[in-house]
Design a protein around this ligand. Structure first.
Ligand SMILES: CC(C)(COP(=O)(O)OP(=O)(O)OC[C@H]1O[C@@H](n2cnc3c(N)ncnc32)[C@H](O)[C@@H]1OP(=O)(O)O)[C@@H](O)C(=O)NCCC(=O)NCCS
Length: 193
């Protein structure tokens, strides 16, 4: 489901896959070749969400924002594994967030980081680029090993292939709703609810 909210409709790139039981709502933008998988929620109703190109949001993940304070910003070639909670945080390009991780308001994850599965990243946490961040609560553990860097780089490209395989299998490309009177988004002055 791709739905407008208060005159703000999601803006999509080219060749996006959005599973039919995912919800993408409101002030959300998605780059080319990105995908949002089954049962995800991406809710741009009280602030905005930006997702770059060739990024995948895997099944059961939830992306939300904090009213008037924290949008959620996700770069290019990012992988969000299954059952991840992202709330009001920023992820630079090339990040992998492992399964069942939570990242909270104001946290910033640097380029190419791996946030290990099952981690809890606290509010305002800053992760330097290309590091392994892990634990409950998460800490910076070390620079990524070569194997870990390969893992991070392999998943986003695999998911670009996966969504193309779904298109070949007859699943539809995502289409954004067209509004007759669209309103500008939160970062262009839309009042916070
Ligand atoms: C990080 C990961 C790759 C393990 O790598 P690894 O090479 O075995 O880990 P390392 O040996 O480098 O661990 C370094 C430190 O991080 C800790 N650590 C590693 N994975 C951890 C995890 N998931 N949770 C908590 N701590 C973790 C280790 O205990 C170690 O801590 P220490 O230095 O205090 O002893 C793995 O745990 C992970 O999260 N994989 C991602 C899986 C995933 O979600 N894939 C996406 C599917 S689509």
């Amino acid at each position: 489901m791709i739905r407008p909210f208060q005159g703000m409709a999601p803006k999509l790139g080219s060749r996006n896959f959005i599973a039919d039981n995912a919800l993408v709502l409101g002030d959300v933008e998605l780059g080319d070749d990105s995908s949002i998988w089954f049962n995800c929620v991406v809710r741009g109703d009280v602030n905005y969400v930006r997702i770059g190109a060739r990024t995948n949001i895997q099944d059961m993940s939830c992306i939300h924002v904090t009213n008037g304070k924290w949008p959620t910003l996700i770069g290019d070639e990012v992988s969000i594994a299954h059952n991840v909670m992202l709330h009001g945080c920023s992820l630079h390009n090339g990040v992998l967030v492992g399964m069942s991780t939570t990242i909270m308001d104001g946290a910033v994850i640097g380029e190419g980081c791996l946030v290990a599965a099952g981690s809890l990243v606290r509010e305002g946490f800053q992760a330097p680029p290309h590091t392994l961040v892990a634990g409950w609560p998460a800490m910076v553990k070390k620079d990524l090993s070569e194997d870990q860097q390969q893992l991070v780089a392999s998943i986003w490209s695999r998911y670009v292939r996966y969504k193309e395989a779904y298109f070949q299998d007859g699943w539809p490309m995502a289409e954004a709703p067209v509004l007759t009177e669209p309103r500008p988004g939160f970062n262009a002055g839309h009042p916070y609810p």
